[in-house]
Design a protein around this ligand. Sequence first.
Ligand code: FES
Length: 419
Amino acid sequence: MSRPTAAQGEADRLLGPLGERLPAPVKGKPGPPLWLLAELTYRCPLHCAFCFNPVDFATREQELSTESWLRVLREARALGSVQVGFSGGEPMLRDDLEVLVAEAHRLGYYTNLLTSGVGLTEERAEALQRAGLDHVQLSFQDSTREANDFLSHTRTFDLKQRVAALIKRHEWPMVLNCVIHRLNIDYIDKIIDMALELGAEYLELANTQFYSWAEVNRDQLMPTQAQVQRAEAVAAEYRERFADRIRIIFVVPDYHGTRPKKCMNGWGQVFLTVAPDGTAMPCHTARMLPGLAFPHVDTMSMADIWYASEGFNRYRGTDWMQGACVDCPEQANDLGGCRCQAFLLTGDPAATDPVCSKSSQRERVDAVVARAEAADPAQIAARPLVFRDPKASRQLSGRTQGSIPPTPSRPARLPESSP
Ligand code: FES
């Protein structure tokens, strides 16, 4: 699935169930893992070219048992977690989803489901409502059937429309999420119009973060500066015009800014992600980072994972910093940026995030943006995307992170007409 609010969008902000700000972490001592992201499975019926699941997901098929997930929920709640996001892959593919939601509800969590909509039938919606599900986030890939289905490599647009109506019928607050990139950013007004028509309360226009599958397809998905500026202006105009109907979230993509984001609101500060196989990480893509061991929920308590494990402590706070970050007066604002991005762009997970204009390696980001500026649109349109699927995953899993991908296993054409 696309990187969801809980994993990258919401994860980058610290928002409560009603969009309120949650308390900021206390300096020096980690607070509780307020947000638990339960990635129930990497299985997914969609094949998005920007999926945030690891590129090698097909080599990690093992999934935690229901009993282990129930224990994770209980232990994390005892530690102070207040929200849980059930994510994937497609979480509807787990038959025990209703059991997990019911237990999370009983424990007092605010429960979120992050779904592509596939599998969310009337029957399961009723069961999830009975279980106490609080909130559904539905992903779209674009505002037209042609573009949505192209980008997800599935025929799911009509189904998503039906699921949006079902979410409204069950009176869940509806968050639509649409990953934004070069191929759909010019139609952002149409995407907002669609969200308004569907009655969404929140719309997350989640600018692509270039990890995982999006990093493989980076040259095709990277927007130009002019595209980003126009989209930002359109989003701001709609935000003002429809302030009483919808909350629109649009965050300028990292590469087009001069300061990195405080990724995950700080490493090991708020977010605790449990991958489908039970590996616990401060962010869902952290497993790519070299030289770090991440604990498993079946062999370590959630308290030890959060407070004592090496994986959660390595980049906590500011002591690990090097380079431009060391004496930077802004270090508390972004905590050095994103470790995964730093690694992908420099090969060093402890480097200052090169998105920062103070980084000695900012030219690496500038070069990627300059390539996007100079690219011939026709050439971009003609270059195949690598769609997420198990076969492509196995082909790509041996590659060096950040290297040019091999020949795509599944070429595709862009839609012939734009939305
Ligand atoms: Fe930013 Fe992993 S995605 S630290």
